[in-house]
Write a protein that binds this ligand. Structure first.
Ligand SMILES: NC(=O)c1ccc[n+]([C@@H]2O[C@H](COP(=O)([O-])OP(=O)(O)OC[C@H]3O[C@@H](n4cnc5c(N)ncnc54)[C@H](OP(=O)(O)O)[C@@H]3O)[C@@H](O)[C@H]2O)c1
Length: 238
């Protein structure tokens, strides 16, 4: 998989680098690892690396990620899922929802030590089967928490097309696009917010982890909305 970056992206990366360096100055955890390096994990991992964060992307086949690593530059490397989970202070979950139980079983003991675990996954019955039905019933936020007890989970990046995160975070008229966040742990929400800002989008806290049930494709919060629209929609769902 290759990702092309336009001149606008280069400009955005320069701005994001400033944001990122500020985040580094105030927030100690800066090593980011993605569990999954497909559409969403590969895109965000590359954007964050270009913005100045140290990032390891991962999958079961890290040898296939050389193209992405070449795009991301010297801040980006690829590893196995186990290597990435050991590496990251902040983890991004970016795998099919049905992969989470095995990941939790194999590596779950490491998750409580992480500063934040950003859950970009979505349960999809057609793709993930029974576990998706259970997660949709409980709400994806609480369901992922039940798989990863002790993790400082934040739901974010769930329902905007992955490719958009490589294109800055603005509508054609220049106004910013919001990314809703739901979580219970204040520092973890702060780290996730910094990483949303580093993509050029605006973080919008909409509720606790339980409210994270509304952060998935097919809900009113899905898609691209301004921060004020997100707040208005979220208020109607509360
Ligand atoms: N696509 C989007 O626009 C988008 C936007 C927001 C959220 N999401 C959500 O993000 C998640 C990933 O979506 P995606 O579109 O990025 O999927 P994808 O392109 O298919 O990528 C999935 C990644 O997960 C890895 N993977 C699959 N099974 C795994 C396992 N059992 N253990 C470890 N790694 C595994 C895959 O690599 P290997 O097969 O090589 O291991 C691949 O790197 C989904 O839950 C999706 O709903 C997607």
């Amino acid at each position: 998989m290759t990702i092309a970056f336009s001149r606008r992206d280069v400009l955005f990366a320069a701005v994001a680098a400033v944001v990122a360096s500020r985040a580094r100055a105030s927030d100690a955890p800066t090593r980011i690892a993605t569990v999954g390096a497909g559409n969403i994990g590969g895109t965000l991992g590359t954007v964050w690396a270009k913005a100045g964060f140290r990032v390891m992307i991962s999958s079961r086949h890290p040898e296939d990620l050389a193209d992405l690593v070449a795009v991301g530059g010297s801040n980006l490397k690829a590893g196995t899922v186990g290597e990435a989970i050991a590496y990251g202070d902040i983890l991004l979950l970016a795998v099919p929802y049905g992969a989470l139980p095995d990941i939790a079983k194999q590596y779950g003991r490491h998750f409580p030590r992480k500063a934040a675990v950003i859950d970009a996954t979505n349960p999809s019955v057609g793709r993930d089967g029974e576990i998706a039905t259970a997660a949709l019933r409980m709400g994806a936020g609480l369901h992922t928490a039940s798989l990863l007890p002790g993790a400082k989970l934040v739901r974010a990046f769930n329902a905007i097309g992955a490719a958009r995160f490589g294109q800055g975070g603005r509508f054609p008229d220049g106004t910013r696009i919001g990314v809703p966040i739901a979580g219970d742990d204040t520092p973890a929400i702060g780290y996730a917010s910094s990483l949303i800002s580093a993509t050029g989008f605006e973080p919008v806290l909409v509720g606790n982890l339980d409210f994270g049930r509304h952060l998935r494709p097919g809900t009113p919060l899905a898609g691209e909305h301004s921060p004020s629209e997100i707040k208005r929609i979220a208020a109607g769902l509360a």
